[in-house]
Design a protein. Structure first.
Length: 399
């Protein structure tokens, strides 16, 4: 049988096939990472998945932040797809930052700036950030079965607080978890960390549009939460469990940066998968779409009243949402409406809601007010009110 041979020069290539005979797409995927004319074993990586869409984490390079770039006392979503949570006696400002590991191609990182210290974390206290990954995006891991695949998490991190930190993996039912330790070895130095864990063969892992997997980074943990065993799947103590953890909150001079977070199938950490920013933004908008006021009195669209107090604004979303979304806004005073055909009063809406979505990219945004004339078109727009800023309208289908 003839042997298949090829000479590959510089660049990134995907090779799929056997060493002899014909090519077979089921045989192997190879990533060529060399930028030189000659290849050696260090340039070739065998991976367990495709060369594109390897990263199950969305916005791991921290380039998209529809809600803003600085968050004080954040408990909830900040940079897109990232949730920040804590119960402690300190204070932290989270920002989208431009401090990045040199020579790696990144533009942004998350920065945690401790502004008020908690020098002694109480037993039940914690501080962490995490991403909820949709079940559709982790279904190929086959966790909860005998075919469960290993995964590798890699990221770049920098802090003035050295020591042992903890990241852990958790299912939707909060009853299967695996904590893994890693260390920050040198203060104020960018370090790349790589963590590989075996897939869970026994738990229940959702593969629909609900939460398929949590990936959580702990930055401070009280003793009640230090109940896990390193790199071991367990069923108890899964709420916020780690094994050991440095206290980032120990001083108001502490800070931490992180970027380049990548989670992929297999036991090999491949180079970070840089994507077109438009692709990342579109992925983020499956979960959250925000429309900021670009100028005073910028129009949102035409609405049709169906009573004297109720109207519907037909809204076309940029991306079909993950699930039936809710409507969010900064403050009702940021909006106004007025009749444009026939008689019709103007004023400030008294509420917004999802008035109808059945899949797809369009929905009815219902709003209430007074003095409407049924079937007479109205314009709804952003007002020029300067209080309670920022002014925005958002479609929220977050996990």
């Amino acid at each position: 049988m003839a042997e298949s041979k090829a000479r590959l020069m510089a660049g990134n290539f995907s090779i799929t096939g056997t060493a002899t005979g014909g090519l077979d797409s089921a045989d192997v995927n190879v990533l060529i990472t060399s930028n030189s004319s000659d290849l050696d074993s260090a340039d070739v990586q065998t991976i367990a998945g495709p060369l594109s869409n390897r990263n199950m984490v969305i916005n791991g390079s921290m380039v998209v932040s529809q809600r803003g770039t600085s968050f004080v006392g954040l408990n909830g979503y900040g940079l897109d797809r990232w949730v920040f949570s804590g119960s402690h006696d300190g204070a932290v400002t989270v920002t989208q930052d431009t401090t990045v590991p040199p020579g790696q191609g990144f533009q942004n990182s998350i920065k945690f700036d401790v502004t008020s210290a908690d020098t002694s974390i109480a037993a039940a206290q914690f501080y962490q950030f995490f991403q909820r990954i949709e079940g559709h995006n982790v279904a190929h891991l086959e966790w909860g079965t005998a075919n469960a695949k290993s995964v590798t998490l890699s990221f770049w991190i920098r802090s003035n607080v050295t020591g042992t930190y903890n990241v852990y993996f958790l299912n939707n039912d909060i009853n299967r978890f695996c904590p893994v330790n890693y260390t920050i070895d040198s203060a104020n130095t960018w370090e790349k960390k790589t963590i590989t864990i075996a897939g869970d063969t026994t738990g229940t892992w959702l593969t629909n549009n609900s939460i398929g997997l949590y990936v959580l980074f702990n930055l401070a943990l009280g003793s009640n939460n230090l109940t896990g065993t390193n790199a071991t799947w367990a069923t108890s103590g899964a709420g916020i469990s780690g094994t050991t953890q440095a206290n980032l909150l120990s001083s108001d001079s502490n800070e931490l940066y992180i970027t380049g977070i990548q989670l992929e199938a297999g036991s090999t950490a491949t180079p970070f998968e840089f994507e077109n920013v438009g692709n990342i933004l579109a992925k983020c908008k499956r979960y959250y779409q925000r429309y900021n006021r670009q100028a005073n009195y910028s129009g949102l669209g035409m609405a049709v009243p169906w009573s004297t107090t109720n109207a519907n604004l037909m809204w076309f979303m940029e991306v079909e949402p993950r699930a039936n979304p809710t409507i969010e806004y900064g403050h009702l005073s940021h909006f106004d409406y007025f009749g444009v055909t026939g008689a019709g009063a103007g004023g400030v809406p008294t509420g917004f809601s999802n008035s109808g979505w059945a899949g797809g990219n369009n929905m009815d945004i219902g709003f209430t007010g007074s003095g409407f004339s049924a079937a007479r078109a109205m314009l709804i727009e952003f007002d020029n009110t300067a209080t309670n800023l920022p002014a925005f309208l958002a479609i929220n289908a977050e996990l």
